[in-house]
Write a protein that binds this ligand. Structure first.
Ligand code: ADP
Length: 180
């Protein structure tokens, strides 16, 4: 699914983010930048040890924030390590922290002059964020950023399985019908 947001394009695809050819991949990192399973493990595995070496120098990243490293052996030039919240019911500022993780990633891309980046579905794996609520926050945050930041040409959401892809498509369709 592909839609225009002013001059920019927002794309939803099913796939493996490590294969992306955008300028930056966003990693669903933890606050210690320590690597782990899920998309984090896949990015470090495919990108090689250079990425972890840079993460160790940076040290840590608070929840809701993002940091940037180069991308080792990946096709992308940079990895943006975003720390989404662990979901514990929604009363611990999880919605604001999730939106912030997306926004801070986009700000870093703008600051580095990047025109394209790819996101996974932050916080919806091991961190347990309910998928549909997370998709609402992800898409709303990215759409409002793109409306104000035409310097970013393309944002891709790379969803790892059909069920996740379908929920993002449903939420995006609903949002566009409401707004446009
Ligand atoms: P978190 O700890 O933020 O919940 P996870 O990596 O556990 O992060 O899961 C986030 C999402 O990333 C999940 O939807 C998971 O299916 C997905 N995912 C796992 N591996 C990949 C990959 N290689 N490419 C894209 N998405 C992936």
């Amino acid at each position: 699914m592909k839609v225009s947001i002013n001059q920019s394009t927002l794309v939803l695809v099913e796939g493996d983010i490590t294969k992306e050819e955008t300028e930056a991949l966003v990693n669903a990192a933890n606050d210690r930048l320590a690597g782990g399973g899920g998309v984090d493990g896949a990015i470090h595995q495919a990108g090689g040890p250079q990425i972890m070496a840079e993460c160790r120098i940076i040290g840590c990243c608070p929840t809701g924030q993002a940091v940037i490293t180069t991308a080792g052996n990946l096709k992308a030039r940079f990895v943006i390590h975003a720390v989404g919240p662990i979901y514990t019911g929604g009363a611990k500022h999880e919605p604001q922290l999730l939106a912030s993780a997306y926004r801070e990633s986009l700000h870093l891309a703008s600051r580095y002059g990047l025109k394209s980046l790819s996101f996974p579905s932050l916080s919806t794996g091991a961190y347990g964020y309910p998928l549909e609520e997370a998709a609402e926050i992800a898409l709303t945050t990215v759409i409002s950023y793109l409306r104000e930041h035409p310097e970013i040409n393309t944002v891709r959401f790379v969803l790892f399985n059909r069920a996740t892809f379908d929920v993002y498509c449903k939420v995006l369709s609903r949002r566009l019908n409401l707004v446009e």
